[in-house]
Design a protein around this ligand. Structure first.
Ligand SMILES: Cc1ncc(C[n+]2csc(CCOP(=O)(O)OP(=O)(O)O)c2C)c(N)n1
Length: 364
């Protein structure tokens, strides 16, 4: 037998679970102000996330998918992107959306079932978050190819979970991106669980990153709880795609510290000791410990930052609750140029229902 090809998958990490650098850091991370900015974005995301869950628990929001534990992936990735790049997020990716400029009020509107929450003021060209698993990978391959055909120096970035990598759409989109050498960066948030299905039951592959090899593109793993590693890997992949080097797949290893959504109770299928262990590895404490070691962070700064973030979250919630709900016609408005008769009938029935007076009422 002759070996016709050999492959390997690298793993990148810079700041370990104790908040210590395991080697020299990339140049952007030598500026503590850059790290503090990313720390602020992660803290804001977590406070927003906790507030959204509280709103759901008090009947003021629909189902919400918490991203607690995965903040470094969205923040690291989005902070490496340019405004003109295109993001296709999945439903848990509000950290990336927020760094891209989507407002917390828009995100709350979305999870309250208000479609205006997908009509971002900024960034106009990013896609709404995707609830069907993996379908955004096909859309992303198309968007990336469109940018290539137009010779625009933009990179498309799509985010999925580990479960999404078992879907046909994932392979189909990735395969086409490879064939077309499209400027696409695919990021898997491997949070170890697809609702109640663990990673080990998802695939027999040793890594999810190696799935890229079959599509002829580069695959690599990063420590998804290390924001420096995520940003570094994303930057490399974005630069490569922008300069015509084609797509990449990044598997970011993290852990979902929350329930799958507010409709889930993870304690029914997950060991409490496992979750407790993973709390020791989470991204926010890790970066704070690193910054404190550098002398760039202390208790007073922490208190100030928490107050600033809490105020921003409260303001966003107030704006959300004060936004008048859309009329009942809104749900029939945008899918058809001419509404089919059956939907006309449903719309007429809906018009006869009493309209909710405000957001924040009527959710279970
Ligand atoms: C096409 C499709 N099939 C099934 C579902 C139901 N569903 C919702 S979330 C989920 C698991 C997704 O797991 P993963 O991709 O790992 O993402 P995570 O929720 O862990 O971020 C499934 C199967 C769906 N939303 N879309």
């Amino acid at each position: 037998m002759v070996i016709v090809a050999n492959f390997s998958i690298g793993h990148t990490g810079f700041i370990d679970a104790q908040g210590q650098a395991s080697g020299p850091l990339p140049s952007f991370a030598c500026d503590s102000a850059v790290l503090v900015d990313m720390y602020r974005d992660m803290v804001l995301t977590r406070l927003f996330d906790k507030k959204a869950v509280a709103l759901q628990r008090t009947g003021q929001l629909g189902t919400f998918p918490s991203a607690i534990g995965a903040e470094a992936i969205g923040v690291g990735l989005a902070s490496a992107m340019r405004p003109e790049d295109v993001l296709l997020p999945s439903y848990r990716d509000h950290a990336a959306q927020m760094v891209r400029g989507v407002s917390m009020t828009e995100i709350l509107l979305y999870w309250a079932g208000d479609e205006r929450g997908s009509n971002f003021a900024v960034p106009r060209h990013d896609f709404p978050n995707c609830v069907p698993i993996a379908s955004q990978v096909c859309h992303a391959a198309g968007a990336a190819y469109a940018c290539k055909l137009r010779r625009e120096p933009r990179v498309t970035v799509c985010m999925t979970g580990d479960g999404a990598t078992s879907k046909g759409d994932f392979y189909e989109g990735m395969n086409l991106a490879g064939v077309w050498q499209a400027p696409l960066v695919m990021v898997i948030s491997n949070n170890q669980w697809a609702i109640s299905l663990p990673r080990r039951a998802q695939t027999a592959a040793a890594t999810l990153a190696q799935k890229a090899i079959a599509a002829g593109i580069d695959g690599l793993q990063v420590d998804g709880n290390d924001v420096v590693a995520v940003r570094y890997a994303a930057q490399q992949a974005l630069d490569k795609a922008r300069s015509g080097g084609g797509p990449s797949l990044i598997e970011a290893i993290t852990y979902r510290l929350s329930d799958h959504t507010t409709a889930d109770d993870a304690s029914r299928y997950r060991d409490a000791a496992e979750v407790q262990h993973q709390w020791l590895r989470e991204p926010i404490t890790r970066l704070r410990n690193y910054l404190a070691r550098l002398g760039a962070w202390d208790k007073d700064k922490e208190i100030c930052l928490h107050q600033e973030c809490a105020d921003r979250v409260e303001q966003a919630v107030a704006d959300f609750l004060q936004t008048p709900p859309p009329g009942v016609d809104a749900m029939f408005d945008h899918l058809y140029a001419a509404l089919p008769r059956s939907l006309e009938h449903q719309r007429d029935m809906a018009r006869r229902q009493p309209a909710p007076a405000a957001h924040g009422t009527g959710h279970g």
